[in-house]
Design a binder for this molecule. Sequence first.
Ligand SMILES: *Cc1c(COP(=O)(O)O)cnc(C)c1O
Ligand SMILES: [Zn+2]
Length: 408
Amino acid sequence: MLTSRSSQSQSALLHLECTACGVHVDAAELHGVCPRCGKVLFARYALDRLRAALPRDALRGRPPSLWRYFEALPVRDPAHVVTLGEGFTPLLSLPRLAQAFDVRAVYVKDEGLNPTGTFKARGMAVAVSRARELGVRTLVAPSAGNAGAALAAYGARAGLDVHVILPEDTPPGIVAETRAYGVGVQLIRGLIDDAGRLARQLQAEHPGWFDVSTLREPYRVEGKKTLGYELAEQLDWSLPDLIVYPTGGGTGLVGMWKAFAELEALGWVGPARPRMVVVQAEGCAPIVRAFRDGRPTAERWTDASTIAAGLRVPAAIGDYLILKAVRESGGTALAVSDAEILAAMLRFAASGIFASPEGAATLAALPHLRDAGMLDPQSRVVLFNTGSGLKYPEAVGAALALERTVRA
Ligand SMILES: *Cc1c(COP(=O)(O)O)cnc(C)c1O
Ligand SMILES: [Zn+2]
């Protein structure tokens, strides 16, 4: 499916490595979590070899999708790439917001322009491609909504069977979208971690089914790490000072932090790193609580509730990786209320950005960062709008209603 790619391109994938116990695992086999300790596996690449073979200027003229970084992605054979045109989304400067917060620049990485309207497309494009390459026929995943829709779309594109498990109160448009792709959809009473338990049970009961829960398989994070590659390339091989990220399972943040180390090993950027800021909703903020308490892992959040469906993740297997990246980077973790999120949706819209509630949470975080002394006139700040507001008509309606009551 990669027509304009030179036949020279070869993945530099070497093996999988456990992020906790360090064991190496054969990447030619299908794996979920670490077979020894149950933690997150990362794909590792021959970056030294790539550094010599692939100068960053070689990317010029490649297709504007995440597959332009093919050598640093895990798919061996370009014929297995399942694509709907994901990635290489715009990085837009927002000068009025920069002025309002007295910083050098505010950018939004507008991930709402991805296939299926969210950045979940990145992870699923790579995970589905690699699963197909390794012979998987049936994929199952729990989701708070958008991951399921993305899996359904890429599964349909690849001609694979897909089963998605969603909380029964997932935004109805997203449930309808997922069903429209013709996949199995199961609604459950409970949250994404309950759905995850069911997914693991289904995988155990049905030989040949493969669970693509985020960070419980090694390749969705590879898709999401391309956020970091693109940021560097779009900022002419520099990195911003601050990255504000709406955090659920944390895959994008963990992926970007991995990407920055890879980019440095490739000689494409220097050692400077952005400070990583986790934003969660007040009604579900396990990472924020663990960060404040100085803990290496997060406890499950009970009674999780927020209008930002993608942030309603009470427990994340990658908690230790998120917290490590935030601390190593000199960043922070903070929570915003649903009312702040709704107001920020309209504030984004006033600059022409129709943001999802999750994306709007990053803009809602800016006043908190200013008050905490984390912004200065030299700062270049990147906000992640992880999805389109088009997927959340109920939240948009709530934002407009709230604005009317505030005005009245
Ligand atoms: C899933 C999701 C998030 C959270 O992403 P993680 O990388 O899992 O933390 C944020 N925004 C939207 C729109 C999402 O769908
Ligand atoms: Zn391990």
